[in-house]
Write a protein that binds this ligand. Structure first.
Ligand code: SAM
Length: 326
């Protein structure tokens, strides 16, 4: 069966011959990207030692919760494309995970095909069902590829979307140059990255535990994420990197979502999952009282669980850069 016909063009080592990118043979699992000794930045492994199914479900839930942000960014891409007279035939969602944005982009650009590109074949397995559920199964494809290797085989693109992935690569400017080279002249690259706000799953001022718990929890999560990523990854100068790679920024800004209390079930589940993931990150970074508070909040059953808190709010913030390929 031709995967192309079903919207699931499957390449990569897990899918047998005819591969464009043998990503799984490109690195030994656990490679260090040249980071300081002892630092393991391993994109074959989901953060916090989670399995791929769990990580994929998390990314899907996050995408659903953050959809207003994604839709807002896509509207800005569409406006820029229209202003430029850019015909959008082919879109790449690089570091797509389960392809939430690839599907949203295919929906927003009905004349285009979209390719979800990721180093993780198991995450790409989730793309097809989502694309079919959104009525774009024929126009959304998948490709296993490593953004730290040559991207020539990805083929030309008019729009490239890179959300929360470029901070993972050892040399963002090299990856940006690779993306530059696969894009058609005048093509648009959208980058979504960490926002300026605090990390952690709880709103500032949330009344729980000992004084300062929310701040200490946020700091612990930030420390764990920082340690997991290449040095400096959370404070990269995207306009400078884009310029160095041959792009001109045409639009940028903060993308924010504030969901008021009481949260619906989806948003509560998202916060709960974030807290559960943070338990592994915080275990050596919080004292016993704070860990007990976190355990109660992250429990499905405890009466102090965030599932039962009607005063819980949710803030998501991201930075957005839209750049034109020269
Ligand atoms: C934090 S997730 C972001 C997923 C999605 N773009 C989003 O915004 O929700 C990072 C994704 O980048 C992928 N990734 C990390 N390093 C990569 C690399 N070198 N090449 C390709 N994909 C990579 C991971 O497998 C994961 O799916």
């Amino acid at each position: 069966m031709s995967g192309e016909a079903t919207g699931a063009r499957r390449t990569g080592a897990l899918y047998g011959p005819g591969v464009a990118h043998e990503h799984h043979q490109a690195h030994e699992p656990g490679h260090t990207h040249g980071h300081p000794e002892g630092h393991r930045h391993d994109h074959h492994q989901a953060p916090g030692d989670r399995d791929w199914a769990e990580f994929g479900a998390r990314l899907q839930l996050e995408g659903d919760v953050a959809m207003p942000i994604i839709a807002g960014a896509i509207a800005r891409i569409a406006a820029a494309a229209q202003a430029d007279g850019l015909t959008v035939d082919r879109i790449l969602d690089v570091g797509s995970g389960p392809g939430v944005a690839a599907v949203a982009l295919a929906s927003a650009f009905p004349g285009a095909s979209a390719v979800a590109v990721d180093a993780s074949a198991p995450l790409l397995e989730l793309v097809h069902d989502r694309a079919v559920a959104h009525g774009v199964g024929e126009r959304v494809h998948i490709e296993v590829a490593d953004l730290e290797q040559s991207l020539d085989a990805l083929g030309a693109a008019d729009v490239v979307w890179a959300s929360m992935v470029l901070h993972h690569v050892a040399s963002p400017v090299d990856t940006l140059r690779q993306l530059h080279d696969v894009m058609r002249p005048g093509g648009l690259l959208a980058i979504v990255e960490f926002g300026r706000g605090a990390r952690g799953s709880l709103p500032v001022g949330f009344d729980v535990g000992n004084d300062g718990f929310v701040e200490r929890h946020g700091a612990a999560v930030t420390a764990a994420v920082t340690e997991h990523l290449p040095p400096g990854a959370m404070t990269l100068d995207w306009p400078a990197l884009l310029a160095a790679a041959g792009f001109a920024v045409v639009d940028s800004g903060e993308l924010s979502l504030s969901v008021p209390a009481p949260l619906d079930a989806t948003a509560r589940r998202y916060v709960l999952q974030g807290l559960q993931m943070s338990q592994r990150m915080a275990v050596d970074r919080l004292d016993a009282d704070d860990l007990a508070t976190l355990a109660a909040l992250a429990s499905e059953d405890d009466e102090r669980s965030v599932l039962r808190r009607d005063d819980l709010t949710l803030d998501v913030d991201r930075s957005f850069f839209l750049a034109r390929r020269a």
